[in-house]
Design a protein around this ligand. Structure first.
Ligand SMILES: [Zn+2]
Ligand SMILES: [Zn+2]
Length: 302
């Protein structure tokens, strides 16, 4: 809650005029408690999870021929029932685990110093904090995910997330409740180390979820804006991890590719890419005998 009764009072306290964004924020948040502002995250999570995957799920069900070449595992098609079951299971997890976790974690948000007042952070401050959050989450998620691929971790927890060998967007948060809890740690690590404004926190939770939906979308479009993000893994990168499944010792990272490169866990993936490229070149050269089918699921190599 903002500790000023009016905009002039806030301007007097800050010693300057409020920006347009700050005036809007004042009007929106002045009468809302910090707890209520924090709980907006639950609504954002539900809305983003319910809406963002829909366009590509529609493609999955309808099969638009000119977009078929961008389907990463073209031989696998999920039915409406499969996809709706996934959606229902994740929603149940939201209401039973994610929502309550958000509600009770508020004291930790206050403890680490996430603020909701004025002034608002600059664009540069938001960008640099989000970058730190993504890098920290990526690094810690890499090691936790890699750990979950040991026999005990996989059999008891992580196998649930791997039920979808060819994922769709709704499968991004589809996981055992224990995995949801464990992977909450990397998500909170960045804000705990570099706490910012609640708006930055909202953006972090929203962007992280959109990124997870993108990497589980099952489609890899060459014109995607994410192709311009340095070291971004993307859908094809993570899809390979799901495709190989239980034995996968490749592509553990959640967002970027550098951890897998540094720790040598992208060798199977890079080998497969090299073979695919060679086959494509053979096809382009008219050597169809060599080329054959070069879709991902014909080339299990890890
Ligand atoms: Zn995995
Ligand atoms: Zn996944």
């Amino acid at each position: 809650m903002i500790p000023y009764g009016s905009i002039p009072e806030a301007e007097a306290a800050l010693g300057r005029n409020l920006s347009l964004a700050e005036c809007v924020w004042f009007k929106y948040s002045a009468t809302k408690s910090d707890y209520l502002l924090y709980c907006h995250n639950i609504v954002f999570l539900l809305v983003i999870f319910s809406l963002v995957p829909i366009p590509l799920v529609f493609l999955e069900l309808k099969r638009v021929p000119f977009l078929d070449p961008f389907k990463i595992q073209p031989k696998v098609r999920l039915s409406f029932d499969d996809i709706f079951r996934c959606y229902k299971d994740v929603m149940r997890m939201f209401f039973l685990v994610v929502g309550p976790l958000q509600l009770i974690s508020y004291p930790s948000i206050k403890l680490i110093g996430i603020r909701a007042g004025l002034p608002l952070p600059s664009g540069w401050e938001i960008f640099s904090q989000l970058l730190v959050y993504f890098l920290l989450e990526d690094y810690t998620n890499y090691w936790i995910h890699r750990f979950l691929h040991n026999q005990w971790g996989y059999d008891n927890i992580h196998r649930v997330h791997h039920e979808y060998a060819a994922p769709v967007g709704f499968a991004a948060p589809y996981a055992h409740w224990a995995e949801i809890l464990i992977l909450g740690i990397p998500s909170f690590l960045g804000p705990a180390i570099a706490p910012g404004h609640i708006i930055t926190f909202w953006l972090w939770i929203a962007l992280r979820q959109i990124e997870a939906i993108d990497t589980h979308s099952g489609y890899d479009f060459p014109w995607s804006i994410t192709k311009y993000i340095p070291f971004y893994g993307g859908a094809e990168y993570h899809d390979y991890h799901h495709y190989v499944g239980r034995q996968s010792q490749s592509n553990f990272a959640s967002v970027f590719t550098y951890c897998d490169y540094i720790y040598g866990t992208d060798k199977g993936y890079r080998y497969q890419k090299k073979i695919l490229q060679k086959l494509k070149e053979d096809l382009a050269n008219g050597d169809e005998q060599k080329g054959g089918s070069y879709k991902t699921q014909d080339l299990k190599s890890d």
